[in-house]
Design a protein around this ligand. Structure first.
Ligand code: CA
Ligand code: CA
Ligand code: CA
Length: 410
């Protein structure tokens, strides 16, 4: 019996670990999944709105609540120009901090939350808006600075077998679009809920205060005390679970300071793991995966890709509307790819891509497309799971599934 239970657990754990883009990847957050960032979003749904959102606790039950022991933080730093995007050097000393905290749930398991917005300039803080307070679970829009948090359906869709190619049905041809229609490829996150925090910011206020439309964005979970120790952090999707993979690398990486990563004593190890992860996907469309001459990521392009992935934040041009596209051309990594393809002239031309990452986007498709294809190939890559329709207005995600397979047990 015990053997059977152990087998069940070892089968479950690897499956859970690919359930979301940053899930179960730091020791503290593994013990307290409500302090585990699973996904992060930033997008411009309409003029003068900048939406930021964070998902936590993939597989949350109907009674799961936020932690009252941590601060949920969003950080938005400006880039002076396109050049600083490629060199991974946003302004470290000026940023907008959106910080959310939650009360201890009462005897009826009700919980309230509050989010504040601050401009930080060389350590000086200026409140941008009065703190928003709300009841967890109330997702009604509230006008300017709409803020909500609670259980939602996970907007992330994935089939790992097709994304990574260990399902033989999903063999990829080098120069042909993937077509896995009719194969019955299933979403591994079907009926999974997450805890979600969503905040609608005044875009013009943010970009005016920061003096730029080009923004770096990341989320952090910090202890709710003066030490403010980082428990988990996230910027780009899949850096830890898909690129780094092993816990001995993911755990310290998740507790690093995002903008000081180049100074980390472990930076060589992080880069080595990221590079191994790049080639696992890049070789997926090769006849001979060991033939290095067939790699699509080579030379200077590869160096730029390594620098950008290590700089673990999302990049957005907030002057542009985010295209709610199901095809990966306008969302995640689109600005970075455009800059890589500009080669030596990078940073001298205005970029066309909008960047960011919206809840509408099929992130896995974006992710495997640029890693398998390299910077040049124009082939549509996918994992065979189409993105479901996601709400296009506040709170930009769908209501929680009441029949989630993890149910109301947590
Ligand atoms: Ca995480
Ligand atoms: Ca390739
Ligand atoms: Ca997909």
């Amino acid at each position: 019996m015990q053997k059977f239970l152990l087998l069940g657990w070892t089968l479950l754990v690897p499956t859970m670990s690919v359930f979301a883009t940053d899930h179960l990847d730091s020791p503290r957050s593994t013990l307290d999944p409500s302090a585990d960032v699973a996904d992060l979003f930033i997008f411009v749904p309409e003029q003068n709105k900048l939406v930021i959102a964070m998902d936590l606790f993939t597989g949350a039950g109907l009674n799961t609540r936020f932690s009252d022991a941590v601060k949920y933080q969003f950080r938005i730093h400006p880039f002076a120009s396109e050049k600083e995007i490629l060199s991974a050097s946003p302004d470290k000393d000026t940023f907008v901090l959106v910080e959310c905290t939650f009360s201890l749930p009462n005897e009826k398991n009700q919980q309230s939350g509050s989010c504040g917005q601050t401009l930080v300039t060389n350590g000086n803080k200026q409140e941008l808006t009065k703190k928003a307070t709300f009841q967890v679970g109330d997702f009604s829009p509230k006008g300017q600075f709409s803020t909500a948090a609670g259980l939602r359906e996970d907007p992330f869709v994935l089939n790992g077998g097709c994304a990574f190619g260990f399902d033989p049905r999903c063999k990829r041809e080098p120069n042909k679009d993937d077509s896995f229609e009719g194969l019955g490829i299933k979403n591994a996150l079907n009926k999974i809920n997450t805890l979600s925090i969503v905040v609608e910011l005044n875009r013009d206020q943010i970009t005016n205060k920061l003096g730029s439309n080009l923004l770096a964005f990341f989320g952090e979970i910090r202890t709710n005390n003066v030490a403010e120790k980082i428990i988990d952090r996230m910027g780009r999707p899949e850096v830890t679970n898909f690129l780094m993979r092993d816990d001995s690398t993911k755990y310290p990486y998740n507790q690093e300071s995002t903008l000081a990563i180049k100074q980390s004593p472990f930076v060589t190890n992080y880069l080595q793991k990221i590079t191994e992860g790049i080639f696992i996907l890049d070789t997926r469309d090769q006849a001979d995966p060991s033939d290095k001459t067939q790699f699509d990521w080579q030379g200077e392009d590869l160096t730029k890709l390594q620098t950008l992935l290590l700089a673990d934040y999302l990049v957005i041009d907030a002057s542009q509307m985010s295209e709610f596209s199901k095809r990966p051309k306008a969302g995640y990594f689109s600005i970075e790819l455009e800059l890589i393809n500009q080669g030596a002239s990078a940073g001298t031309k205005k970029i066309v891509a909008a960047g960011g990452r919206s809840t509408q986007e099929d992130e896995i498709d974006s992710h495997i497309t640029f890693l398998i294809n390299g910077p040049k190939k124009q082939v549509a890559r996918q994992d065979g799971v189409p993105k479901a329709d996601i709400a296009k207005s506040f709170p930009y995600t769908n209501a929680a599934k009441k029949d989630s397979f993890l149910g109301a047990k947590q």
